[in-house]
Write a protein that binds this ligand. Structure first.
Ligand code: DGY
Length: 335
């Protein structure tokens, strides 16, 4: 047993990932893996750099920065990198990933399996923000609930609205599909280029970035964080939006300039914002955005359903095993 164990490819898993993925790894008989056995604290960088030495495969989550230093520490055995996330900006952005793939490291990720959960949470966050649910429960609990008042806690409704999607992909389509029954009047989207096939599913019109800013009553950010989208939501965007508009971000905090967002929210330039993602994460409790009533902040939970997190875990494990066998991964990043 001792001898057999030592010849199996070595894998490091940077987190206690949900049980389905661990079961797949354990029962595969294909790898020997070591695990950072906690879900509450990420593996310290120093420990990670030690543990990856000589590994053939690595399963990581979005809290690990995968960069040149880490690859150097891992050394030439590393063949497969499998992240339990759809976002891959923690892999030091696109140029770097191209580099990874060029040096023969294959990269797996977990799109599709989280689309429903993320879209569902986005709708929940949008409604929570637009109908001021957090403020409302707070008032009810703390004695602010006086008589029924005609304009108290009024928000903005989806019926007859224009919903803009910044970055139309699978998740944007899934959000629009869920919002359509709320009687949205029009869906618009912007992206680097029109995406007619996806757009036709939700009957969305392609518009310029400026038009999207001007027309959207609700603006949902659904794009990946890349060098091109970094802080794309800034003063310039907010200043063109209506002061009745609601801004929702469930992609990555890095696409937003948070100082500009604070300014737009506190001056009433826009009506509200719902954020599931921030920079940094966790956002310090002293951050000015937390002082605003019209800003709802969630701790990056869009994909957090038991079903989805287990599916992501299983997909990350299967991608890894397939990659190590030299077979086609279920979801492989190809740039
Ligand atoms: C991802 O997968 O990239 C999300 O942010 C976490 O599910």
């Amino acid at each position: 047993v001792q001898r057999k164990m030592s010849t199996l490819p070595r894998v490091y898993v940077t987190r206690q990932i949900p049980p389905e993925g661990l079961k797949i790894l354990r029962e595969s008989g294909q790898v020997q893996f070591e695990l950072w056995d906690s879900d509450d604290v990420p593996v310290p960088r120093k420990e990670l750099l030690q543990k990856v030495k000589g590994v053939d495969g690595l399963v990581c989550v979005l809290t690990e920065k995968i960069d040149a230093e880490l690859l150097d520490a891992a050394g030439p055995n590393l063949k497969v990198l499998s992240t339990m996330s759809v976002g891959f900006d923690h892999l030091s952005l696109e140029e770097h990933i191209k580099g990874l793939i060029c040096v023969g490291i294959r990269v797996g990720y977990t799109p599709d399996v989280l689309t429903d959960a993320v879209a569902e949470l986005t709708v929940a966050l949008l409604l929570t923000t637009s109908r001021r649910l957090i403020e409302a429960t707070h008032e009810a609990k703390t004695g602010g609930w006086g008589t029924w008042r005609t304009l108290w806690l009024c928000g903005h409704e989806l019926a007859n609205s224009t919903v803009g999607i910044l970055g139309l992909g699978r998740i944007g389509v899934a959000i629009a599909e869920r919002l359509a029954p709320f009687k949205v009047k029009k869906f618009i989207y912007t992206d680097v280029a029109p995406r007619p096939e996806l757009a036709s599913i939700i009957n969305a019109e392609y518009v310029s970035f400026n038009e999207m800013a001007k027309q959207s009553d609700f603006l949902a950010v659904c794009c990946a964080l890349t060098p091109e989208t970094k802080e794309i939501c800034n003063k310039d965007l907010f200043s063109k939006m209506k002061n009745t508009s609601i801004f929702i971000n469930t992609s990555r905090g890095g696409v937003v300039n948070q100082e500009d967002l604070y300014e737009a929210l506190s001056t009433g330039q826009i009506a509200g914002a719902g954020l599931d993602v921030t920079v940094p994460e966790p956002l310090p409790t002293s951050h000015p955005l937390f002082t605003l009533k019209n800003c709802v902040i969630l701790p990056h939970i869009a994909s957090a359903s038991y079903t989805t997190r287990n599916a992501m875990s299983a997909l990350a494990a299967n991608n890894l095993l397939l990659g190590l066998r030299g077979e086609t991964m279920i979801k492989e990043l190809k740039l």
